[in-house]
Ligand binder design. Structure first.
Ligand SMILES: Cc1cc2nc3c(=O)[nH]c(=O)nc-3n(C[C@H](O)[C@H](O)[C@H](O)COP(=O)(O)OP(=O)(O)OC[C@H]3O[C@@H](n4cnc5c(N)ncnc54)[C@H](O)[C@@H]3O)c2cc1C
Ligand SMILES: NC(=O)c1ccc[n+]([C@@H]2O[C@H](COP(=O)([O-])OP(=O)(O)OC[C@H]3O[C@@H](n4cnc5c(N)ncnc54)[C@H](OP(=O)(O)O)[C@@H]3O)[C@@H](O)[C@H]2O)c1
Length: 389
């Protein structure tokens, strides 16, 4: 039997077999003075055969901050050279390595909480939270706390290296909406990432993956395990179909729509396209301004509507702009438009949903119940597509 790979077989990358990419280009797309940092990344896929479609997201395996690992080791009273099993591949490695590559130091496992309570003879404040009915209280207590906080707050709890590793969660991949079209950028994948930074319990913190990308990646050098996560229903219509599309992507929600617009340009897509983009300020946060204005000029984009939330006294969000353009937006829906929304799930997506109901009631002369039915029909026809997180 031949052991040779099937010619033309496409490589399959997944969590167990990621492609190891490097970043070839990275820059800020938020300007100086922006309240938060947002960056554009271009990863090199040369030779990988890795393929994606606009609407897919990219799974990125981050590494922990070595400074946080060093502080955690100091709190444990361990050197990091102790040999333990790597939390993901089981190989014998120095403790420091598994803490950087494979264990979460920013999310606390209940196993660790219980072990600390045991080792401190119940004297720890954590003792109040280990009963199953105190689950919500424990969650609240742990909000904004890393593993190191628990170690520093409970200095009498001592751990052997392997024992400590067994009490940690695994360091998981993070998903990012792909912000490029492969047809427009062969052998590249682009991401648009907000760098998560905050202060809690007196310590400056960084989101694991977003600060790894922003602060600890050396261009063309740092090896980043990645694979594609298929975007299920988040897809453009066939370019030959004359279907209008409406994209609503405030903040990093813009990512898949940059990919969609690049794809529309390359494929000379037929239907008209309308983009709603919102950020805090036109001056500091008009991400991809030149590119989008170019699409307006060449007809890839028919309409661009922006909402700058902090450029005036009152908040202006994408849904306010949708309501301002309600007659035209409803007309597009009546012409068969697909409405796409991407970005914040906690507030924005719900508010945009409400705005759609209002527009349908107002412009379609419908009762709230009829508007609900209209929206249900949109969903059923896959003309209301959400990618929210
Ligand atoms: C399908 C999908 C697509 C996505 N696409 C994008 C994208 O295109 N661009 C993008 O930037 N992100 C995107 N995300 C979000 C992304 O996956 C990560 O969640 C994000 O980058 C944060 O990851 P991190 O590792 O940097 O932060 P983490 O280490 O995961 O830290 C975030 C956690 O920190 C804690 N935290 C945050 N702020 C505070 C605070 N003030 N006080 C206390 N605790 C706090 C919270 O527990 C929060 O969950 C997407 C998510 C999904 C599911
Ligand atoms: N899991 C995580 O750790 C993580 C990390 C990164 C992002 N996220 C999620 O992803 C979201 C996107 O973050 P982002 O950095 O891309 O930008 P964002 O925080 O969503 O902000 C983008 C724009 O949306 C505005 N906005 C705020 N509330 C809104 C609402 N209810 N409706 C419409 N617009 C609203 C913001 O205005 P103002 O700020 O002026 O109010 C800003 O102008 C975050 O809000 C968060 O939920 C999660």
């Amino acid at each position: 039997m031949s052991t040779e790979a099937t010619p033309h077989a496409k490589p399959i990358y997944n969590v167990k077999n990621p492609f190891i990419a490097t970043v070839k280009t990275a820059y800020d797309i938020s300007g100086p003075g922006a309240p938060k940092n947002t960056r554009h990344y271009e990863l090199d896929l040369a030779g990988s055969g890795l393929e994606y479609i606009p609407g897919d997201s990219l799974a990125v395996q981050p590494a922990n901050d070595p400074a946080l690992v060093a502080d955690t080791l100091a709190a444990l009273g361990l050197t990091g050279d102790e040999i333990v099993k790597h939390a993901k591949n089981g190989a014998d490695v120095p403790l420091r390595q598994t803490l950087i590559e494979a264990n979460s130091l920013t999310e606390v496992d209940t196993k660790l909480v219980k072990a600390i309570v045991e080792k401190t003879g119940g004297a720890s404040p954590l003792a109040a939270f280990i009963a199953p009915e105190a689950k919500d209280e424990l969650k609240k207590y742990l909000w904004g706390r890393f593993v190191i906080d628990l170690l520093l707050e409970n200095p009498t709890a001592k751990f052997e290296a392997q024992e400590f590793v067994s009490l940690l969660k695994k360091l998981n991949i993070r998903l990012y909406s792909i912000s490029s079209s492969l047809k427009a950028n062969p052998e590249e994948v682009h991401l648009t990432v907000a760098t998560v930074k905050y202060t809690s319990h007196g310590r400056e913190r960084g989101g694991v993956a977003s600060t790894f990308l922003a602060e600890r990646v050396t261009l063309n050098e740092t090896r980043i395990p990645i694979f594609v996560n298929a975007g299920k229903g988040f897809r453009l219509p066939d370019p030959s179909e004359d279907v209008p599309v409406i994209f609503c992507g405030p903040g990093t929600g813009i990512a898949p729509f940059r990919a969609f617009l690049q794809e529309r340009k390359v494929t000379n897509a037929k239907g008209k396209a309308w983009l709603f983009f919102g950020e805090v300020s036109e001056k500091t946060c008009f991400f991809y301004k030149d590119e989008f204005e170019g699409y307006l000029a060449d007809g890839t984009l028919s309409k661009l509507t922006t909402a700058w939330s902090r450029d005036q006294a009152e908040k202006i969000y994408v849904q306010h702009k949708m309501l301002e353009h309600s007659a035209e937006l409803y007309a597009w829906l009546e012409q068969g438009a697909i409405f796409y929304v991407c970005g914040d799930a906690s507030r924005m997506a719900g508010d945009v949903d409400k705005a759609l109901h209002t527009i349908i009631e107002k412009e379609g002369g419908k009762t709230p119940e009829e508007a609900i039915a209209y929206m249900a029909a949109l969903k059923e026809a896959k003309r209301y597509r959400r990618d929210v997180y």
